[in-house]
Design a protein. Structure first.
Length: 92
């Protein structure tokens, strides 16, 4: 399956985040999950109007396409994943 690298600039400005009380921030860290409350227009989950810029790279064809990944060792698989990640970052 080919991978098309895409990055969007401006997406973080589409919603606002409510600052939670300190005890919820502490609970969030203790549970190792993100507790957040987002809002948009009129306090609803409708995004604010924001210009978005998309950067689209060239299609990347994985080298694992014809390889049985169950036969790879953990280190070999990690190496393949790192190669794909590097290719993704270079295309962006």
């Amino acid at each position: 399956v080919p991978i098309v690298p895409v990055y969007t600039f401006g997406a973080t400005k589409m919603f606002r985040r409510v600052q939670l009380p300190q005890f919820l921030e502490t609970l969030s860290r203790a549970l190792k999950i993100s507790l957040c409350l987002l809002f948009g227009k009129l306090g609803l989950p409708i995004p604010f109007r924001q210009r978005l810029v998309y950067v689209i790279g060239k299609t990347i064809w994985p080298t694992l396409a014809n390889i049985d990944t169950s036969s790879l060792s953990g280190e070999e698989f990690d190496h393949q994943v790192q190669e794909m990640h590097d290719a993704f970052c270079n295309e962006i």
